[in-house]
Structure formats: structure tokens, C-alpha cells
Design a protein. Structure first.
Length: 766
């Protein structure tokens, strides 16, 4: 049975977010809530929320809100009904009883519970539901968190679990992990123990909030929120509820239960409404300073009073080697060692109780808690033998799995294949779902076709090459452009028949390396800068004119030069979570590698654009002058960065395979696009744009340097000395872009913007 319509019961943050993601996938969804009008209000809140649960505003029209008291008949034709109500088994069972006479035969019912075992949900009369029932545990926020834990019962139809798994994978973009029916499943069982241990040791060892978060953050591969920052994000009041649920379902001998401690300060914070970002502040809070400025403060764990945050000054935090870090005698080193002994020892003791393989456990923690390394990957970084010895020295038992591993790592690469150590003592290939192609796996199989410090070229097979960026934040520099040139040259020689531009970094590319530009400007090396701009323009034109198709496959941010590379590809296959835009105006510049010209062509070719020379210019000017960024691939479609033939992939792990397939589909009879000319409005168009900017300035929406940037952008987009009676080619438009780019780079205000962005990561409004 194909899933064509979904229902979600419970319009809280999680339930509403699940409904939004189903709508993002293009399916109709019913959203019911026990509170009259609650579902409709949730949809309105989501339309105003940032980050947005909806990938495009139009998706909200696919959600039909209703009240639980009168809306149950709306579920009669739904193929999948998701329960996301309060975490109380009796309330959930009562709801399932109401569904018995309403849902159609064969429809699938699942609970979004985060801690309650499936067996407890189906006690009593729920047995009749068992063949069609399973747990589908989404992580918050459902749009952005890629993990979906699925728990099936002994009576669950295999077809039901397979149908939900396939739908969640391809349509919702989830990595589906099968969990055993144990309390907390995988991620919350281990994550809960990690947070509990980190909190307990921070109080016991006298660490500050900042020290604990610094230690529990990037040094061990955890996001910089650390543990106290994470609690502020998810809600401090959630912690006692999770602990109570785990205590009620786990044996008293479990290490999680034995480590439970009530911290009086946390209890007081919850009672006072200081529950984190959703409340009156939490471990961190923001207050207004004497000059009206926003000051970040944090709580003192000993006194409970708030004070100014202070950057930790501990030697161990500068160490990059994990073994050296946990061996360091300062507070952060001893603290991290204690927390990792608790967490990693616990994780090793839970396989195969909670999951079949260490690979499943690691994937759940990477995707559910945004850890860079799963617990067994962390064990490998320390050494399984090291952990076993450390546990023994601490008087703790060594888990059987760890003892069985001995000195062997939990992961190894054998003949180009990544393998994990199974509970049977043998190594097995890490499985990949059908249709998944990872560049990490390609790189294990052999050397690059070409490589430098900024980028590499890889063979994907079937005559398709992959250009990978791998500089910091995948910023683009002369090395990147050099490798792009090598890719084009290799393809021209017949080395391959199609090119995919893709990487597995968090960001596709944040654009050109501003640090290089600022350095060159500070020593007045204007010729060097202009040469790099011209090199970039030539590289983009060579990519577009190559005798083979190219497919850009972005995920995350594709800004500035990263966007310009995509605009010059034959096609784009974008991850749904792609954030694309020409943002140069934010640093006082305009696109220099043909981005403005490419957007003029896109808007001139679009059937929805009114005819005439001015409408494409107005559209491109609006997007570029405001540094507009698409907040999803669907918004990029609306901005014409993605064209009608381009594709969108929901599952990040399927992006490379989809891009490769698209590239191969373009190979037969491929001819590079012919050069086109444009008719542009010239001086009259510039006057119209400058008048619009002046109006915005009068309303205080445009700063002094914004107006300067807009003037240079208008010059580049309207054709310079040409007017609508003349045809203008790309070479002339690129020369205009280059001249205006260089003129702006030489202004002190632009240099101030670049310096501010590099120092703070935020734009300067000067």
C-alpha cells in the first residue's frame, strides 16, 4: 500500500513539525489537536517560525487542521496515522481505542514516543492493533533532524515497517535505524546517560557552565552547545520527565538509573520558569546592558546567581588529540575522562540489547544528537584497549563486547570497504541502503584522479567524475579554480563523460575566500585580486561550455561563489536543505564570477517574467542587492536558481547517486548551451533602480554603503553604456562585473565589511 495521505494527532511542537515535513514532501496531511483550534494555531505559528518548519509557504496549504473531538472522521482515508500526544501510556492507549472503528483496514498507526516501550503501548485491548502498529521516533525539529528510530513489535507486519521505512527515507529524508523495544531506544538511552553524567560531574567537580560546555563540545566532536547549552535548547523541564520515564521502565541495576541525582539548583530553576530558551532563560540568559546592548550571562552552578560569561582558560581545551585531552590533569581533562568513561562504557554494554550493531548505534548518535563521532567511533579514537583498562582501573566491569574486541578497533577498512566489528567477533561491511552512494566510500576504494589542498577529483564509475571541495567551510580559492579547470580539461580529453560537483561537508561552499581578498587589498595587490576574479569568470565559462554535462549537487550553504558555480552547471540536483544565494552585497561587493549575468539570463528566459529589458534586471537586482538566500531548495526554485528541469533530493545520503543519475541522463547527444545575448535598459534602467534605492534609504532600510553597492550593481546589471537597442554578450557583462567588483573592493567601507565578517561572522551595516 503506497502512502498517499498522512495524519498526525497532537499539534505540539513535535507533532506539528512532523505534519509540516510530510507537507514539505508534497503529501496532504491531517493535523488534529485536543485543544479546539490548536492545530490551526500551530500551522500559523509554523508559518512565522524561524527556522521554518515549512520548506515553502505553499506547503502549509496541504495541512488540514482539526480538533480531536470532531475531526477523527478525517482519518478514515489516511494511510499512516502518527500519534504524537502526551508521553503517558494510558492516554495513548485510550486514543488507539478511538481509532479502532475509524481507520481503514491496513492503515499503519505509529507512536512518536521517545521513551515508552512498544509493549507498554499495546497492553490490554491494543493487541488488535498490533499487526499495523510500530514506533516512529522523530527528533526535534523534524524538518532538520535526519534520524528516525523505528521499533516494531513481534506482531508488526513486515510490510508495514518496510513501507514506513521506505517512505521516511525517500520522501521525508530520514536515515531509518531499526531499534529494539527497549526504553529510550538508542539515541535517548545513550544521550540521556551522557547528559546526566555531564551534569553530575560538572556539579561534583566544580566546573563552570562555560568550562563544561567547552569540554563537552568540539573537543569530543559534539556541537558547541555542549551539554548545558543543549539543555537550554531542548528545555530544562524535559529532563525530569525523561528521567522519571526511564526510571519506571529500566531495572534498578541499570547504570542510567543508578546515576540519577536530583540537583537542587535545577529543580529551583524549573520552579522559577527558567527552563531555557523557551522560558525566562536557563543556564544561559541574555540581559540588556547599561547602553542597551545585549549581554550573554550564565548561571553560577555553586551560588545560582547569574554573572557575565567568561571564556574558559584551561590548557587541555587547546589539545586536538582526544587521548591527550582526557589524560590532561586540569579540570576539563579530568571531567571529560569521567564523562566518557560513563558514556562509552554504557554504550558498549548496550549492544546488542538496544540495536544489532555498533554501526546502528553510532549512526543514531551522529544523526540524533549531531555528534561528529558515534560512541564506538570515539572508542576507536581512544583505543578499545585503553577504555577497557581505564574501566578496570576505575573498578568498573568491562562490557562483554569491549572485552571481545580486545585491541581490535570497532571499524576498519578492508579492500576499500568500511567494516564494523559484529557481536559475533567477525568484521562485516557497513551496510548501505540500495541507491545510496557516499563519496566517503568512493574515496576508500582508491586514490583521487587529481588533488590539491583545496579540491580533489574522484572517479564515481560509469564515466562520471566528481569534483570535491575540501577547504575550510569549502571556501573557494585559486586552488579550487585550478581543480575545476583540470576537471574540464580531463573531460575534454575523454577522461570521463559527465561531471558532478559535490562534497560531504556541512556546507557546499560559503563562497570565495574573503581572507585572501582582504590580505591582497591591504597590500594593494589589486592586479592579483583582479586576476583571481578573471580566473573565476573563465573557469565558470569553461564549465558551462564544456563538451560534457555537469551537475551541481549542493547541500547546506551554497553562497556567493558557491552559488555561481551552481549557476554555470548544466543542471542542479539539490538536497532539500540547500541554502543558496548571491550574498556578496553583505560584504560590500557584487558577484564577480558571472552570477549576476547568469541570473539575468534565468529571469529573461523564464515564462513568468514580463517581456522587456527591465523585468529581468529588476528581479536580479532585488535578489542580489538584498543578499537574498533561499532557505530551502524549493525557495531556490522560486528564485530561479533551480530551473524546472533541476531536481530535489530529500535524503542527504541519496544526493550523490541522484546527481550521478541526472548527469548520465544528460550525456546522450549532449551539446553545450549556445551563448546568448541580452537587451538591457542602460541609463534609464539605472535611474529607475537608483530611485527605488533612494526611497528605501528615506525609510531607513538602506545604509549609506548599501546605496553605494547598489549603484555599482545597477551599473553591472543594466549594461553599462549599452541600452535596450543593443545586444550585450556575456564577455562584456563579465567585464562590467569585474570593473564594479574591483571599484567596490577599493572602498574603505567594503574593506570594513569584509573584516567585520571575518571577525564576527555577521554583516556590518555601515
Amino acid at each position: 500500500m503506497a502512502i498517499a495521505k498522512v495524519a498526525v494527532i497532537g499539534a505540539g511542537v513535535m507533532g506539528a513539525g512532523i505534519a509540516a515535513q510530510v507537507a514539505n514532501a508534497g503529501l496532504p496531511v491531517v493535523l488534529l489537536d485536543i485543544v479546539p483550534g490548536g492545530a490551526a494555531a500551530a500551522v500559523e505559528r509554523m508559518l512565522r517560525a524561524d527556522p521554518a518548519p515549512f520548506m515553502r509557504r505553499a506547503a502549509a496549504r496541504l495541512v488540514t487542521p482539526g480538533d480531536l473531538a470532531t475531526g477523527l472522521p478525517l482519518l478514515a482515508d489516511c494511510d499512516w496515522i502518527i500519534e504524537a500526544i502526551i508521553e503517558k501510556p494510558e492516554a495513548k492507549r485510550a486514543l488507539y481505542a478511538q481509532l479502532a472503528g475509524i481507520r481503514k483496514p491496513g492503515s499503519i498507526v505509529s507512536s512518536n514516543t521517545s521513551t515508552i516501550p512498544l509493549a507498554a503501548l499495546l497492553e490490554g485491548e491494543g493487541a488488535a492493533l498490533a499487526p499495523d502498529f510500530l514506533i516512529t521516533h522523530f527528533f526535534n525539529p523534524p524538518r532538520y533532524m535526519r534520524l528516525l528510530e523505528i521499533v516494531r513489535g513481534p506482531a508488526t507486519r513486515p510490510e508495514a515497517a518496510a513501507e514506513i521505512g521506505a517512505f521516511a527515507d525517500r520522501m521525508l529524508g530520514k536515515t531509518v535505524i531499526d531499534c529494539h523495544d527497549r526504553p529510550g531506544f538508542i539515541a535517548n538511552r545513550i544521550g540521556g546517560q551522557w547528559m546526566q553524567s555531564a551534569i553530575n560531574h560538572a556539579f561534583a567537580m566544580g566546573l563552570t557552565v562555560e568550562e563544561a560546555d567547552a569540554a563537552m563540545g568540539p573537543p569530543i566532536g559534539v556541537p558547541k552547545t555542549g551539554v548545558f547549552g543543549l539543555l537550554d535548547l531542548v528545555g530544562i523541564d524535559l529532563m525530569p520527565h525523561v528521567a522519571a520515564s526511564m526510571k519506571a521502565t529500566l531495572p534498578a541495576t541499570d547504570a542510567y538509573v543508578q546515576g540519577m541525582r536530583e540537583q537542587p539548583l535545577i529543580a529551583r530553576m524549573i520552579a522559577e520558569g527558567r527552563t531555557g530558551r523557551k522560558g525566562k532563560g536557563g543556564f544561559y540568559t541574555r540581559e540588556r546592558g547599561p547602553g542597551g546592548e545585549s549581554l550573554r550571562r550564565c548561571i553560577d552552578l555553586a551560588s545560582g546567581a547569574y554573572r557575565e560569561t567568561q571564556k574558559p582558560q584551561l590548557e587541555s581545551l587547546a589539545l586536538r588529540d582526544l587521548k591527550a585531552f582526557v589524560a590532561h590533569p586540569d579540570r576539563a581533562g579530568r571531567y571529560t575522562r569521567a564523562v566518557l568513561l560513563d558514556t562509552l562504557g554504557y554504550a558498549a554494554a548496550l549492544v546488542p540489547e538496544i540495536a544489532d550493531t555498533v554501526a546502528d548505534v553510532d549512526a543514531a548518535m551522529r544523526l540524533g544528537y549531531n555528534w561528529k563521532y558515534g560512541p564506538f567511533e570515539l572508542i576507536d579514537r581512544l583505543g578499545p584497549g585503553w577504555l577497557a583498562k581505564a574501566l578496570t582501573e576505575a573498578g568498573r566491569p568491562v562490557p562483554p563486547l569491549l572485552a571481545m574486541a580486545g585491541a581490535r578497533p570497532f571499524y576498519r577498512t578492508a579492500e576499500g570497504t568500511l567494516e564494523f566489528l559484529g557481536t559475533d567477533g567477525a568484521y562485516h561491511p557497513v551496510p548501505r541502503p540500495e541507491g545510496v552512494l557516499l563519496l566517503a566510500d568512493v574515496k576508500r576504494r582508491g586514490p583521487a584522479l587529481a588533488r590539491n589542498a583545496s579540491a580533489s577529483l574522484w572517479d564515481l564509475g560509469d564515466g562520471v567524475a566528481c569534483l570535491e571541495f575540501h577547504s575550510k567551510m569549502n571556501a573557494l580559492d585559486p586552488g579550487t579554480l585550478e581543480m575545476l579547470g583540470k576537471a574540464v580539461a580531463l573531460g575534454r580529453k575523454g577522461g570521463f563523460k559527465a561531471l558532478v560537483i559535490y562534497n560531504e561537508g556541512e556546507q557546499f561552499s560559503v563562497g570565495a575566500n574573503l581572507g585572501l581578498a582582504l590580505f591582497a587589498a591591504n597590500i594593494a595587490a589589486w592586479g592579483e585580486v583582479e586576476g583571481m576574479v578573471e580566473q573565476g569568470q573563465k573557469a565558470m565559462l569553461a564549465l558551462r561550455a564544456a563538451p560534457f554535462p555537469s551537475v551541481g549537487a549542493p547541500s547546506g550553504m551554497a553562497l556567493g561563489g558557491g552559488c555561481e558555480i551552481l549557476l554555470h552547471c548544466t543542471a542542479i540536483q539539490a538536497h532539500a536543505e540547500s541554502y543558496i544565494g548571491l550574498v556578496e552585497a553583505g560584504v560590500g561587493l557584487i558577484p564577480g564570477w558571472g552570477g549576476g549575468t547568469a541570473m539575468l539570463h534565468r529571469w529573461a528566459d523564464a515564462s513568468r517574467t514580463p517581456r522587456g529589458p527591465m523585468p529581468p534586471v529588476a528581479k536580479a537586482f532585488e535578489m542580489i542587492s538584498t543578499a537574498q538566500v533561499a532557505k530551502s531548495a524549493f525557495e531556490a526554485q522560486e528564485m530561479l536558481i533551480l530551473r524546472p528541469g533541476d531536481g530535489i533530493t530529500f535524503n542527504r545520503d541519496r544526493l550523490l547517486a541522484d546527481a550521478k543519475a541526472k548527469a548520465l541522463s544528460l550525456v546522450e547527444n549532449y551539446r553545450p548551451p549556445e551563448s546568448k545575448t541580452l537587451r538591457l535598459p542602460g541609463a534609464s534602467g539605472r535611474a529607475a533602480l537608483q530611485m527605488a534605492v533612494a526611497q528605501q534609504a528615506a525609510m531607513g532600510r538602506v545604509t549609506a554603503h548599501d546605496a553605494v553597492v547598489c549603484a555599482h550593481l545597477a551599473e553591472a546589471l543594466t549594461g553599462g553604456t549599452h541600452d535596450q537597442t543593443e545586444e550585450v554578450g556575456d564577455a562584456e557583462l563579465h567585464a562590467l562585473e569585474r570593473a564594479q567588483f574591483m571599484a567596490l573592493l577599493k572602498t574603505p567601507a567594503t574593506l570594513a565589511r569584509i573584516e567585520h565578517m571575518l571577525e564576527t561572522g555577521r554583516p556590518l551595516r555601515n
